[in-house]
Design a protein around this ligand. Structure first.
Ligand SMILES: Cc1cc2nc3c(=O)[nH]c(=O)nc-3n(C[C@H](O)[C@H](O)[C@H](O)COP(=O)(O)OP(=O)(O)OC[C@H]3O[C@@H](n4cnc5c(N)ncnc54)[C@H](O)[C@@H]3O)c2cc1C
Length: 482
């Protein structure tokens, strides 16, 4: 399968400006250990970026902002360990990389560092069909995982929009969410155990004794969301569900976003959790569905009695809404992973990005209004819109999209947009991120977002990675983010 590539390509000439690769001593150590590695300039340029819009803008301008010194491609946990020991001996930073589909710059390997390409850890190692769990190496991509478990009659149910571009390790490292997560859960709900390689070179299995425990704090969750700053995840066990036998779809329109949000809240608070429950504002409804109102798309799957009961709750909670053609849900399904629209926008000098935050239901109206107003207050902004993408008993995720056409360098506008939107969301009780993570882009907001608990995270980093070997700057830990 060919995976979509980032929507901008470096010109061939970039290789002429490549700085010197990794120190000879590191290269020879990798060679002696027999671990595949490359200092090819084009490869290094590619591994110096991910899908972070600033990386894409750099590539568009033919600028390689960061040149990792070497791309190392281990094929096993043992080779990951050996690479980390070599890096530690030589004091070279290590950036774990999966599909490099992250949109916050977390997988951008710093200049001179090791880009640790984990996509060679690509095996599904065990499928326990009695317990309903699958054990998988970190570099396995979404379609390969699903194909394997589907053959056993199961699904993991984790379908991010970047399904084809991203790996299990990246999902876990970023606390990702699939588009069906209302039914199946976010990745932190699906994971049961991990194998992690620490900066010391220790290979540590965490959490491998069943579904729940009361054996101290949850160490699996310490590494989930750690974005490559605390350890390298090489293997994980995830739960699976039987493949769904039945599906139903509903499309509705509300006169206002607030009325749609009230309906979403009532649905989940009545304990109905349709796999998909997405509400779009007027701008996105018009753009995606050509409907001049706020569209709610609902899809549920699973055993027929559960699905019917869920849809019955949806119908009773939305009795006042206009029923649309349910085929609109199919239209969304068909286009949901299509990212081809991005490239022409970037080529036209338009900065586009998305900001996803979560908050309790009680603050979401105020938060949404204020964040949209803050983005629209910036002169280059052309459009700012929002949809609700994941709903919980106590709150939901709001997913903002903004686009602007700045003059010249896009960075000042990009930074200003993130500054106003993030400070506004945090001030109104929202979280820093719901599922894209923090990376480099949001690192500057971590002290505000976590308050005093950021000191706890820093202390943990200090113990597990005292020399800042792993991903310096990401999550606001151990270095300048960008
Ligand atoms: C078009 C598009 C749509 C997207 N849609 C969604 C979506 O619906 N839901 C969602 O959650 N995200 C989405 N994303 C964001 C991104 O795909 C996710 O964050 C994804 O989980 C990243 O996986 P990856 O394998 O590409 O990780 P990478 O981008 O390679 O890495 C991301 C971070 O994780 C760390 N990391 C990666 N692998 C490991 C490992 N094995 N051990 C330790 N650290 C590791 C990296 O160092 C980095 O900090 C989207 C991105 C794009 C481009």
């Amino acid at each position: 399968m060919t995976r979509p590539t980032p929507p901008s390509a470096y010109p061939a000439s970039v290789v002429q400006d490549a700085p010197a690769p990794i120190d000879d001593a590191v290269w020879r150590a990798l060679e002696r250990a027999g671990i595949p590695a490359s200092v090819d300039a084009r490869q290094r340029a590619e591994h110096g970026r991910d899908w972070w819009p600033l990386s894409l803008a750099d590539a568009n301008r033919g600028v390689v902002a960061r040149w990792p010194g070497v791309v190392v491609s281990p094929r096993s946990t043992a080779e990951v360990r050996e690479t980390i020991l070599i890096a530690s001996r030589h004091g070279v930073a290590v950036t774990a990389q999966g599909g490099r589909s992250g949109v916050e710059g977390g997988a951008v390997a710093p200049t001179g560092g090791i880009a640790l390409d984990l996509t060679g850890l690509n095996r599904v190692t065990a499928c326990d069909v009695v317990s309903g769990t699958v054990t998988v190496e970190a570099g396995v991509f979404g379609p390969d995982l699903e194909r394997t478990v589907n053959a056993e009659g199961f699904t993991v149910g984790h379908f991010p929009q970047s399904f084809e571009l991203s790996t299990v390790g990246g999902w876990l490292a970023c606390r990702g969410a699939g588009q069906y997560s209302n039914r199946y859960g976010k990745i932190e709900d699906l994971v049961r155990s991990l194998t992690v390689v620490l900066a010391s070179g220790d290979v540590v299995p965490v959490g491998d004794r069943g579904p729940r425990h009361a054996t101290g704090p949850d160490l699996v969750q310490l590494f989930v969301g750690s974005e490559g700053t605390l350890g390298v995840i090489t293997e994980a066990t995830l739960v699976m569900r039987p493949r769904p036998e039945f599906e139903r779809r509903v499309a509705l329109a509300f006169p206002s976003f607030d009325e749609g949000m009230d309906a979403c809240r009532v649905i989940v608070q009545r304990d109905a959790h349709p796999a998909v429950l997405r509400l779009y504002d007027e701008i996105e409804s018009l753009r995606t569905f050509e409907v001049d109102a706020c569209v709610l798309t609902v899809l549920d799957e699973g055993p027929a009695p559960f699905v019917d009961a869920t849809i019955a709750v949806v119908e009773s909670a939305t009795a006042g809404a206009q029923r649309l053609d349910d085929a609109l849900v199919g239209r969304w399904l068909k286009r949901r992973n299509d990212v081809s629209a991005l490239s022409p926008l970037w080529d036209a000098g338009i900065v586009v990005d998305t900001i996803e935050v979560a908050g309790p239901w009680s603050v979401l109206t105020d938060l949404r209004t204020a964040v949209l107003a803050s983005l629209r207050s910036l002169t280059p902004t052309l459009v700012a819109s929002v949809h609700q993408s994941h709903a919980y008993v106590d709150g939901a995720c709001l997913y903002f999209t903004f686009a602007g056409r700045p003059d010249g360098d896009p960075t000042p506008y990009y930074r200003a947009a993130w500054d106003v939107a993030t400070t506004t969301a945090l001030a109104r009780g929202g979280s820093l991120s719901h599922h894209h993570g923090v990376g480099r882009n949001r690192a500057r907001f971590m002290p505000d977002a976590l308050g005093r608990s950021f000191d706890v995270l820093r202390a943990i980093k200090g113990v597990l990675d005292p020399t800042n070997l792993f991903n310096p700057g990401v999550l606001g830990l151990g270095g300048e983010p960008w």
